[in-house]
Design a protein around this ligand. Structure first.
Ligand code: ARG
Ligand code: ZN
Length: 415
């Protein structure tokens, strides 16, 4: 018989979902500098998980702060909120309930589905089967391996031609817990392949251009969210001199690296890493884009949540050289998206729209010369946050398709 603490630990390993019992997600609204200080102090003293913004460093007065609070600290947090008279609401009463409620059926089946959150092994076999069944429009290539040795497979969609075609690069799943993101990339691939030949815009897009799709960027982190910790965000690389694991891949690109909105602390959710591109996954993607920069005309990256369509810059408040054009594309794409189910998006440059955060893939690609660079933050606005139910995969992907196609049409017109 094991000592009781070991038994509890073994129980966690067998049922990692038990981990979130009685936790809540709060939305707090700091308006005074004192409030901001209080939130930062709280983050120092107890273990709170920042959902948005992603770390205490990024908290400023006037923004909404969504935090997941472990059961043992609930009383403390309530007292703090009351004493400081900080406005707040409970977004998720029962995190465990929301984790269990994401999937339509349990246990989740092993078969691939466009309306389910597929595991990495299911996604991997889906990639292989797509590649062989649609060989006329799809080819695959490995861009390298992840820290834990998994293959990063890139799909190239487009009509085969003898000459080089201009291309759009699309990636999903930079952050592990944002499950709706890889679901969108899978949806996009299917939609492209099934509407080519019937949908005029898709046909012309894939005739004229190639679309590179990286269905899952942070494979190790995503796998970890399925096996151990649903709320994991970063990569899974070890940090020398620290027992904390992982780097934020969207703080690890070489764009104002680690100057603002990122942390030098390996335990932070926004740890920028030991150096730019220290993460092998980031290096693999950056190498591919560098090697193909003459053909890549647009860079699209999918995150969640908050319903935003962002473009450079995030590492500075300075406006990009193409601000007006990017703004009008973002607004057009957002209204196309809204036309389907009324979902409202906010668009603008990252720094002014949410917060300063350096080291992002969008700013890096833009500075490399990829003019049409956009970050999507998909549904919702906090009701479920990262725990968006599977029933919302279809509508979310359908509406997002309209925005992506709007951007693609603009890119095509301006080749
Ligand atoms: N929520 C995303 C993140 O923090 C926003 C990315 C916007 N772009 C950026 N370069 N920070 O990674
Ligand atoms: Zn993200």
């Amino acid at each position: 018989r094991l000592p009781s603490s070991t038994r509890v630990f073994v129980l966690y390993l067998r049922y990692p979902s038990l981990y979130f019992n009685s936790e809540k997600v709060f939305r707090v609204k700091p308006v005074l500098d004192e409030h901001v200080t209080l939130i930062k102090d709280l983050a120092q003293s107890i273990e709170v998980d920042f959902w948005t913004p992603e770390s205490a460093e990024q908290v400023t007065a006037g923004i909404n702060v969504d935090i997941r609070v472990p059961a043992m600290y609930l009383d403390l947090v309530y007292t703090m909120l009351q004493q400081s008279e900080m406005e707040h609401e409970v977004l998720i009463e029962d995190v465990q309930g929301a984790v269990d409620g994401q999937a339509d059926t349990r246990p989740s089946p092993r078969a691939h589905s466009y309306t389910k959150y597929n595991t990495w092994s299911v996604i991997e076999s889906w990639i292989n089967s797509i590649a062989s069944s649609s060989a006329n429009l799809v080819s695959t290539q490995s861009i390298g391996r992840t820290y834990e040795g998994r293959t990063m497979t890139l799909l190239k969609l487009g009509k085969k031609t003898s000459s080089q075609k201009p291309a759009i690069f699309l990636d999903c799943g930079i952050h592990a817990r944002e499950w709706i993101s890889p679901a969108f990339c899978q949806w996009f691939v299917n939609e492209a392949l099934t509407t080519y030949g019937s949908d005029a815009q898709m046909t012309s897009l894939l005739d004229q251009m190639d679309v590179f799709v990286l269905p899952l960027f942070n494979v190790d982190g995503y796998h970890y969210t399925h096996t151990s910790n649903r709320m994991w965000r970063k990569t899974r690389s070890r940090n020398s001199g620290s027992s904390c694991v992982g780097t934020d891949p969207n703080r690890n690109f070489d764009a104002g690296w680690c100057t603002v909105g990122a942390s030098r602390n390996p335990c932070s959710e926004t740890y920028c890493g030991a150096s730019p591109e220290s993460e092998i996954e980031v290096k693999n993607v950056a190498n591919f884009i560098r090697q193909n920069k003459s053909v890549i005309k647009a860079y699209l990256t999918i995150h969640s949540y908050s319903q935003l369509l962002l473009f450079p810059y995030s590492y500075t408040y300075n406006l990009s050289a193409h601000h007006n054009e990017l703004m009008s594309i973002a607004e057009g794409a957002s209204s196309a998206l809204r036309s389907l189910y009324g979902t409202r998006y906010t668009s603008g440059p990252g720094a002014a729209t949410i917060y300063l955060a350096a080291g992002g893939s969008d700013d890096w690609s833009y500075d490399l010369g990829v003019k049409y660079s956009f970050t999507f933050e998909l549904r919702d606005t906090g009701r479920y946050g990262f725990l968006l139910p599977e029933s919302q995969i279809k509508p979310t992907c359908e509406e997002t398709m309209l925005a992506v196609k709007y951007i693609a049409a603009h890119v095509q017109k301006n080749l």
